[in-house]
Ligand binder design. Structure first.
Ligand SMILES: Cc1ncc(COP(=O)(O)O)c(C=O)c1O
Length: 462
């Protein structure tokens, strides 16, 4: 009986989809049958809805079954292939990158991209959003679960397009134009969106639309100078202090930030872009002591849409929801532990070979290699490494005077840990980096000899 029902509906399904779908490579397994089987009876009403609208669009036309991209657009197709090869053939040590899972790619390339949905679940400005509403609610629930937060006390906005607009949305929500913000200096490891200006120019929009003042690190230890931060806050009296960084290799003392904010009546914003997976309990405990009122929650929501954004990127929200489920799993905890252990192994390998790291080591997923101490620039090291298919990024260190010519490189362990490189593998990566350093030194010592370009020199000496 059950079997009969299934074959009957399968037949209907096939008839409805038409021959177009039959031709689309590999798609029947991936899209149609699981969809139908999971949805069961609901599928018939979906079908009816489409007929009422006189839509002949098949699932293929809506969003799947792209014929071979390289035939349709050879330029983009081949660029994507080249990038895929580059990624798979190189050692990736960029601290802000990782490899998305095939499921994330599937979600990002799904029909969720087709829908426009300005507004919030249950309050959209466009019709046809009942599925998107469920998706966004699911994502929000999963975010609260991942951080162990009570829905009675906390609200989440999952619509910001990425980290930078999310930061600006918080400023827009909580501050008036030209209110004061303190964030970690870009030189010391902060992010541009925490405020950045030079003697002649306000570079970051945060510094254009608000008044920003950076705090730094102790030049000797490389650690955040909490005492100086508090003293400066007492004079500057910011309305918001940002804790969190892009290139800080040590634990952040959230309680110190909390105390500094309490002292001057400032909001505390934790920008956890880099360390959200590594340090959630402490981070949340400190933020919880200053819960936003329901009024400021409303403000926050309005600061994303309609203040700064239009329609959310629903495929991104779907991928985020998927990822948040993974984050809540014991496997993810284990992954984070391996990320930190690998990062420490890399740090000890470099210091063992005479290199200097900012703060002397790491507590998290990244390390900052002080190359000035070895007479090198971050740019040269980045270039030599790239010639050897090791991808790193040059990064300012606290003693730099300009972000244009940084004296260090930042190394991160997340991406290669995802590729299952273990501590032994990271030790090996450490020795490659040391070799790259020595080659860079060789180039440095013979800067003007013809035919000794970075590419050729690296190739000859690797
Ligand atoms: C601490 C921090 N905040 C914000 C951002 C901005 O994120 P996005 O590049 O996604 O806008 C970054 C980027 O790496 C970051 O490190």
């Amino acid at each position: 009986m059950m079997l009969g029902f299934k074959s009957w509906t399968l037949f209907l399904f096939d008839a409805f989809q038409g021959p177009h779908v039959q031709c689309a490579k590999g798609e029947r397994q991936h899209v149609q049958r699981p969809f139908f089987l999971a949805v069961g009876g609901g599928w018939l009403s979906q079908c009816r809805r489409r007929r009422v609208a006189n839509l002949r669009a098949t699932v293929s036309e809506v969003g799947h079954g792209i014929p071979d991209l390289e035939h349709v657009d050879p330029e983009i197709g081949s660029l994507i292939n080249k990038e895929r090869m580059r990624q798979s053939r190189s050692v990736n040590l960029i601290a802000s990158e990782n490899y998305a899972s095939p499921f994330v790619f599937e979600i990002l390339g799904s029909v969720l991209n087709n829908k426009y949905s300005e507004g919030l679940p249950g309050a959209r400005y466009y019709g046809g959003n009942f599925v998107i509403d469920d998706l966004e609610k699911l994502c929000k629930d999963r975010a609260l679960k991942a951080f162990n937060l009570s829905p009675e006390l906390w609200s989440v906005n999952v619509q910001p397009y990425s980290g930078s607009p999310a930061n600006f949305a918080v400023y827009t929500a909580l501050l008036e134009p030209h209110d004061r913000i303190m964030g970690m200096s870009l030189m010391a490891g902060g992010h541009l969106t925490h405020g950045h200006y030079t003697t002649t120019r306000k570079v970051s929009a945060t510094s254009i639309y608000f008044e920003s003042l950076p705090y730094g690190v102790d030049p000797k230890t490389g650690l955040i100078d909490y005492e100086a931060l508090r003293e400066t806050a007492k004079v500057f009296r910011p309305r918001l202090i940002i804790a969190g960084a892009s290139a800080y290799p040590r634990h952040i003392d959230w309680a110190q930030f909390r105390a500094a904010c309490d002292e001057v009546g400032a909001y505390l914003l934790v920008d956890m872009a880099h360390i959200s997976g590594l340090d959630p309990p402490d981070l949340v405990r400190e933020s919880q002591r200053q819960l936003p009122s329901s009024e400021s929650i409303q403000l926050k929501l309005a600061a994303v849409f309609p203040a700064l954004q239009g329609g959310p990127h629903n495929a991104t929200i779907g991928a985020l929801a998927f990822q948040l489920r993974e984050v809540a799993s014991p496997e993810f905890k284990d992954y984070c532990e391996r990320v930190v252990a690998n990062s420490k192994v890399l740090a000890s390998c470099l210091t063992k070979h005479g290199s200097k790291l900012v703060t002397g080591g790491t507590d998290n997923h990244l390390l900052l290699w002080d190359l000035k101490a070895e007479g090198l620039s971050g740019a040269k090291m980045e270039k030599v490494c790239e010639e050897a298919s090791i991808i790193v990024n040059r990064n300012t260190i606290a003693s730099d005077s300009s972000p244009i010519s940084p004296g260090g490189v930042r190394l991160g362990s997340c991406a290669m840990t995802t590729r299952r490189v273990d501590e032994e593998g990271f030790r090996r990566i450490g020795t490659y980096l040391v070799r790259a350093r020595d080659i860079a030194r060789g180039i440095q010592e013979r800067p003007s000899r013809p035919g000794k370009s970075v590419e050729r020199w690296t190739w000859l000496h690797w």
